[in-house]
Design a protein around this ligand. Sequence first.
Ligand code: SF4
Length: 95
Amino acid sequence: MTIPRMRAARSPKEERTIAAKSASRAAPATSKVKVDPARCQVHARCIAVAPELFELDRFGSSSEKGRGIVPPGLEHKARLAKANCPEFAVEIIEE
Ligand code: SF4
């Protein structure tokens, strides 16, 4: 007869690693883009790199399309727009 082996207790580091892995498998967060109208200086760089996410209003300032929700697959364009805005007017909100 074989005696079953007892599994050693996990260290706190192993527990954190396991928790982080399961959190990364959770449903993806919704991202939103937001333009701060007080900062926007109408360079239109955001629109050049992400026309799916931004539009010009009638005053020439950029604003987010719709409610600013970033469709799946366009997260990289949101980050690109944020990185290319010289006025730091583009914000990405993770929900
Ligand atoms: S790149 Fe920045 S400052 Fe220029 S239009 Fe877009 S949000 Fe406005």
